[in-house]
Design a binder for this molecule. Structure first.
Ligand code: ADQ
Length: 472
């Protein structure tokens, strides 16, 4: 059996439950084959510090049968690769936010440099029959760099964030280079059919790729297979977490505290893609139009700090704080605050209790690859008295969850109406919708996602080439 090698920007210790569903699921596969997980350590070497040289040493930790190998980045590389090209260019553009992209010409060179560094450090650790699975937008050119070093192993890539339509993608300096780099993989996976179709249109129109059928494309003397592999959650693990003492305790406490109110919940990273100001405006609209919701509805919004060193994130923080303040100022009473906003991360063990105590979840991103909060909310519900999911049609999850109340988060009035409908939905309808949703969650869980991707990768037919891959 081949060994699995996972490569991602950050590496998580799979033995820690706080690592979450994805880390746990990958760990399970890695455990089976005694695999390797490779990525950035999260540490930055400052210019004045020791070891500012280009090739930092590797750190190796054995986590059960899984070997974790990480490397540090020097400040210049980190700023160009991580803050610059990954989070200043690819993240906004892939989420359709050209207005927030910072197309500094120097970033792409740093992005490439770090991908080359990853390849150079990883290649000597590889075995001939390894299967390599690369994750996310930080590492698009990694396979091409590995191929340039003579690595012929099967390499798959999964994009966790959306892929925009060709004309938006084409705004990125170096977009043709990026997509050409995807052809160094044997299999490229997307979250949704929409993302996959954007890839197909791009390679047809911009790269004149030949469609070989069954998801296979030929261009740049190479064949790549592409498809949609919607990520799921670990339903069993999350159900166990819901029934564990900490989850139950959280549930009981929330029910006691809010016994006279219906709770609405939002749980997000504080990111402009998550549509938090739009959500607050819709909630304000709900309160304005429906006086009977006053005192009876409370929105708990948890927004965990994220990428605070990227400037667009400071703006979203201030906008959100000011909206929450003005809603509470205008509508609040001595014994009722409409919004409880917390700028922090909630311990994973407590999340299911919070979800279960809530009548409505607001998952209203402006664009999202998938959105696992929507799935976690459904799994944490009591099937006899489930809450209602209000879900943005622009989240990848919407393709799999038509039984949620799907909304356009840019349409404040329509979103407010959907929230109102959710608050009033009769028990029978809530049960029916929940039953359909939980069925899908169980069928397409994280194990399905891992297994399907890896089985497809094992069968993907690679074709060789001598192309010099990456001339920028
Ligand atoms: P993210 O944008 O980080 O991930 P998401 O899928 O919403 O988004 O959340 C990932 C995990 O973080 C979930 O397990 C959630 O519970 C947890 N989380 C989020 N906010 C939290 C908070 N405030 N406190 C505690 N926990 C919190 C990217 C893509 C998504 C895609 C995932 C997985 O942007 O579209 O679903 O990867 O592929």
């Amino acid at each position: 059996m081949s060994r699995l090698v996972v490569v991602s920007n950050r590496v998580a210790d799979p033995r820690k439950t706080s690592a979450g569903g994805l880390a746990v699921a990958l760990a399970e596969v890695l455990n089976n084959t005694g695999g390797l997980w490779f990525g950035w350590s999260g540490k930055i070497i400052e210019p004045s510090g020791e070891g500012t040289h280009r090739d930092p040493p590797l750190h190796t930790h054995q986590a059960g049968p899984v070997k974790l190998v990480t490397l540090d980045l020097n400040r210049e590389d980190h700023d160009a690769y991580y803050l610059g090209y990954s989070n200043g260019v690819l993240w906004p553009v892939f989420h359709y936010r050209l207005d927030l992209a910072d197309f500094d010409a120097g970033y792409i060179a740093g992005y490439r440099r770090v991908n080359q560094l990853f390849a150079r450090k990883l290649a000597p650790l590889l075995r001939e029959d390894d299967i390599i699975w690369v994750h996310d937008y930080h590492l698009i050119p990694l396979a091409a760099e590995l191929r340039a070093l003579g690595c012929n192993q099967r390499i798959g890539f999964f994009l966790h964030i959306p892929l925009p339509p060709p004309l938006i993608l084409a705004a990125i300096p170096g977009h043709d280079w990026l997509i050409r780099a995807l052809f160094a993989y044997d299999l490229v996976g997307f979250q949704s059919n929409a993302d996959h179709s954007h890839f197909c249109s791009y390679v047809q129109t911009e790269a004149h790729a030949q469609n070989l059928g069954e998801g296979r494309w030929r261009a740049f003397n190479r064949t790549v297979q592409a498809g949609a592999f919607p990520i799921g959650i670990d339903v069993e693990e999350f159900t166990a977490l819901t029934n564990a003492p900490e989850g139950r305790d959280m549930y009981e406490r929330m029910r006691r505290e809010y016994s006279r109110r219906k709770l609405l919940v939002g749980v997000d990273r504080l990111d402009y893609s998550k549509g938090l100001p739009q959500r607050m405006r819709a909630f304000r609209e709900l309160l304005t139009r429906n006086p009977e919701t006053h005192r009876s509805a409370t929105l708990i919004q948890i927004a965990s700090p994220s990428r605070e060193d990227v400037s667009a994130y400071g703006d979203i923080l201030h906008e959100l704080e000011s909206l929450c303040g003005s809603i509470n100022g205008n509508f609040g009473e001595l014994d009722w605050m409409p919004v409880r906003y917390m700028h922090r991360t909630v311990a994973r063990a407590r999340l299911p209790g919070l979800y279960r105590a809530s009548r409505v979840a607001l998952v209203t991103p402006l664009r999202d690859g998938m959105n696992l909060v929507a799935k976690e909310f459904v799994v944490a519900q009591d099937p006899q008295d489930p809450g209602v999911l209000v879900l943005s049609r622009f989240a990848g999850a919407a393709e799999q969850m038509p039984e949620a109340l799907l909304v356009n988060p840019y349409d404040t009035e329509a979103t407010a109406s959907a929230i109102h409908l959710a608050l009033q939905m009769p028990l029978e309808e809530r049960r029916e919708r929940h039953e359909a949703l939980i069925k899908t969650m169980r069928r397409f869980d994280v194990h399905w996602w891992c297994d399907t991707f890896l089985e497809t990768l094992a069968k993907a037919q690679a074709e060789e080439t001598g192309t010099p891959w990456l001339r920028l």
